[in-house]
Design a protein around this ligand. Structure first.
Ligand SMILES: Cc1cc2nc3c(=O)[nH]c(=O)nc-3n(C[C@H](O)[C@H](O)[C@H](O)COP(=O)(O)OP(=O)(O)OC[C@H]3O[C@@H](n4cnc5c(N)ncnc54)[C@H](O)[C@@H]3O)c2cc1C
Length: 378
């Protein structure tokens, strides 16, 4: 079932989608089982993505990017990875969540140091906000930056960090005397250690890890933006991150829906395809309707983002509603697969466990409703 009849794309986007779809077929799909088994994707996929211009395409050409400020290209990549059920290769985290911090807040010298590697795949990114004692309440982080003149000393620990093992540069949120500050810590910095690759319910090929910082020397030249402004930077960028999450959730809903549709047409019971039972047919009709409505909303917000008009409350609405929808879609998908839905060899089972995190990360759905509620003056 196609959800492709969408008005926001132009000819150049279709060409880009075809290219990226081919990349997914040739460079992602054949390796998915291997990546799942090893609990992490291969570095080569990052390098291949870089060679093809799929890493941080928004970055200016002078720093190695393509200068493609149009988010629709990023949207296409998020969608195509979801359509092949890929949840470990964190391209979007790198492209759409973290690289924009460097583009927005880094000095020219920092941009020259980091952006070319970010675009080539030599520098894989992570962002570390969450700590063992605090996630939603970001202001309560305990990681500390002690001011030593020309450098800070960083102490603290972070957890649940995506790309935690594979990353080469980590943006760390910590408290300096000026307040929450973002600093960039490279792989190999003395005192920076990675913990376990955490065992998760889903997203098995995504490396999610604990990070430990013990007396790490952070030169002031590795501070991102102005010390003490970190919380404001995070708030400024989180709206886009939430839309990214919603774009992925709708695309994953399309994938789970299509897997289910295929199954209910093939599987028979009581002499007919299970899709012919009214309960199945009506639920499939409901899901098709809701996904279509969600897609229209998402495409509308992508246009707003491109126009610089995306608001935090709209992004929050998209994030909670689309991730909630995804979880309802995968739940029905598993149900319609019967016992097969509980078997990991069926894509719907993997989609089910992968989906469960989406109402939790990038700000929990309860926090999203807090943001929307506050925008109502409540
Ligand atoms: C797979 C995975 C990848 C992740 N990747 C990253 C990453 O790359 N970088 C990073 O920094 N973090 C990452 N996280 C962390 C994630 O963002 C946090 O888990 C999330 O923000 C929730 O924080 P918490 O786990 O501390 O839950 P808590 O904040 O302890 O929340 C627990 C529950 O209380 C509710 N709650 C909290 N405050 C309120 C409130 N004010 N009103 C109503 N309910 C409330 C929450 O909604 C939730 O249901 C990742 C997590 C996972 C599991």
């Amino acid at each position: 079932m196609s959800f492709d009849n969408r008005s926001i794309f132009e000819e150049e986007h279709k060409v880009f989608r075809d290219n990226f779809r081919r990349f997914c077929e040739e460079e992602v799909k054949p390796y998915q089982e291997k990546w799942i088994e090893q609990g992490i994707v291969d570095r080569e996929i990052w390098e291949k993505a870089g060679e093809n211009g799929f890493l941080a395409p928004k970055v200016d050409e002078e720093y190695g990017g393509l200068g493609l400020a149009d988010f629709r290209y990023n949207q296409i990549m998020i969608e195509e990875l979801a359509y092949v059920g890929e949840s470990g290769f964190a391209l979007s985290l790198h492209n759409d969540v973290i690289a924009p911090y460097i583009s927005a807040y880094a000095t020219d010298e920092q941009k020259q140091r980091w952006l070319p590697g970010i675009c080539s795949g030599e520098i894989i990114l992570a962002i570390a906000m969450t700590e063992p004692d605090t996630g939603s309440d970001l202001q309560a982080i305990k990681s500390r930056l002690e001011d030593k003149g020309d450098h800070y000393i960083l102490n603290g620990s972070k957890t649940y960090i995506s790309n935690g093992i594979i990353s080469d540069l980590v943006i760390v949120a910590a408290k300096a005397p000026e307040g929450v500050t973002l600093v960039c810590v490279p792989r190999g910095a003395e005192g920076f250690n990675r913990g376990r690759n955490l065992k998760k319910m889903g997203m098995k090929s995504q490396d999610t890890a604990e990070l430990f910082f013990e007396n790490v020397v952070v030169p002031k030249t590795d501070v991102l933006g102005v010390p003490g402004q970190g919380f404001i930077y995070l708030m400024q960028k989180l709206a886009e991150e939430r839309l990214v999450c919603a774009v992925g959730a709708i695309a994953s809903s399309v994938y789970a829906f299509n897997e289910t549709l295929k199954y209910v047409k093939e599987r028979t019971a009581f002499g007919k395809p299970i899709g012919k039972f009214q309960n199945t047919r009506f639920r499939m009709a409901e899901m098709k309707t809701e996904i279509t409505i969600g897609q229209v909303f998402i495409d509308n917000l992508v246009t707003k983002l491109n126009d610089g008009k995306l608001t935090p409350d709209e992004a929050s609405m998209a994030k909670w509603w689309c991730t909630d929808l995804l979880n309802r879609v995968v739940d029905s998908g598993v149900q319609f697969h019967g016992g097969a839905g509980y078997m990991m060899e069926y894509p719907i089972a993997r989609a089910y466990v992968d989906a469960r995190i989406t109402p939790i990360f990038a700000g929990t759905n309860e926090i999203m409703k807090e943001i929307i509620g506050r925008s109502l003056g409540l």
